[in-house]
Design a protein around this ligand. Structure first.
Ligand SMILES: *Cc1c(COP(=O)(O)O)cnc(C)c1O
Length: 375
């Protein structure tokens, strides 16, 4: 039995006939860019999460870039990002001339630490930067702790871009990610919880003005039409084919999210006590982009991963180095108290195979392999 880290084949087998019909319709229709499936998908994405507007684009990194452009981020702006995340979260900040300021994460949720955020804001002001915005990340599918972050944003006149590349459709109290933040972004990279068969992304907002700006920026800063250019934009659209594929994937997404809860619960029942299993605060629901364990030491993690490898079971370290230590980012400001949780997580976490089609039998094999190594 082979155990896939993310089993896209099982999902494809489930909806293959519908995908074929959708793909043929796009081929026959010929509207390969901004075809009717793009609008249909945008309507359904907005409905799914409760945002007023959903605008698709070329990938999750562009979604963040479009959000920053629409919010007018510029030189002198400090933009606060967790350091324990994928590089794209911070990467787009210097592209608009602004300064990423790195914030530590919470040791239980792995999401932005509010105390560290407060210290980082004070520090940015001391450096002469203007606190402009916060980019919380819904890491591994779990929503960031938005309420305290929203309070801090309000108090400081800052905006929030929720980087929900890994967390689209998660629950935070009575809200769904995608509808949280001044703008939320997601990615449809194939391995994300809601992925297409190539690159794709989306930007969400309930603000009409921001939606209009994003719609313009993604098509070369268009005004009344694409040959009327009123601002400097980019070319960032979702292909009609990918939208068609996503329509069928979105149709089963709620069901897949339920299945992911079952898989995560089974792992935690089998592994708690040996590792720090994922912590889901009250009134939150993760979409389980990853099922990530925290070991007591690097040695314990490496032993567990070697034991899995010996049984041909994949496991991955997300992320082996926090951003504030990476060559490209190490000279940007950070919480002056240090980012010790980010640094420690990079040394101790590892992620197990996670997808909605994982069976109890497969999960038992994964856990037995780890147990056999005495971890
Ligand atoms: C994947 C990811 C992105 C970028 O998405 P792409 O579609 O790969 O550009 C941004 N932020 C986070 C947290 C991600 O995991």
């Amino acid at each position: 039995m082979t155990i896939e880290f993310i089993d896209l084949k099982a999902q494809q087998a489930r909806i293959k006939d519908k995908l074929d019909v959708r793909i043929q319709a796009v081929l026959a229709g010929g509207a390969y860019i901004m075809g009717p499936e793009v609008r249909e998908l945008e309507g359904k994405l907005a409905e799914f999460c409760g945002a007023k507007h959903a605008l698709t684009c070329a990938n999750g990194t562009d979604a963040l870039h479009l959000a920053l452009m629409a919010l007018g981020a510029k030189a002198g702006d400090a933009i606060f990002c967790p350091s324990f995340t994928f590089a794209a979260t911070a990467e787009i900040v210097p592209h608009v001339g602004a300064t990423p300021v790195f914030v530590d994460v919470d040791g239980r949720t792995f999401n932005m630490c509010v105390k560290s955020l407060k210290r980082a804001i004070v520090h940015a002001k001391e450096l002469g930067l203007r606190p402009a915005g916060i980019i919380p990340v819904d890491l591994f599918g779990l929503p960031a702790d938005y309420e305290p972050i929203e309070t801090i944003a309000r108090e400081n006149g800052m905006w929030i871009i929720a980087d929900s590349a890994q967390g689209f459709g998660a629950t935070y109290k009575d809200r769904t990610t995608g509808s949280i933040g001044d703008i939320a972004t997601t990615s449809f990279f194939p391995a994300k919880p809601l992925g297409c068969y190539g690159d794709g992304g989306a930007v969400f907002t309930s603000n009409d003005e921001l939606a209009a700006l994003i719609g313009s920026f993604r098509v070369h800063g268009k005004g009344s039409d694409k040959y009327d250019n009123v601002r400097i934009g980019v070319n960032s659209r979702l292909d009609t084919l990918q939208a068609a594929i996503l329509l069928e994937k979105l149709a089963i997404y709620a069901d897949e999210l339920d299945a992911r809860q079952v898989v995560a619960r089974r792992y935690s029942a089998l592994l708690s006590g040996r590792f720090q299993v994922p912590y889901i605060p009250n009134e939150m629901r993760s979409v389980w982009a990853q099922y990530t364990l925290r070991a007591a030491s690097t040695e314990q993690r490496d032993a567990a991963m070697s034991a899995l490898k010996a049984q041909n079971i994949p496991s991955v370290v997300y992320y082996p180095m926090p951003l504030h230590q990476q060559g490209a980012y190490k000279n940007y400001p950070a919480d002056p108290a240090g980012l010790s949780t980010c640094t420690d997580l990079a040394k101790t976490v590892f992620s197990l195979p996670m997808h909605p089609y994982l069976t109890a039998e497969q999960q038992e094999l994964v856990c037995a392999a780890i147990a056999k190594a005495g971890c």
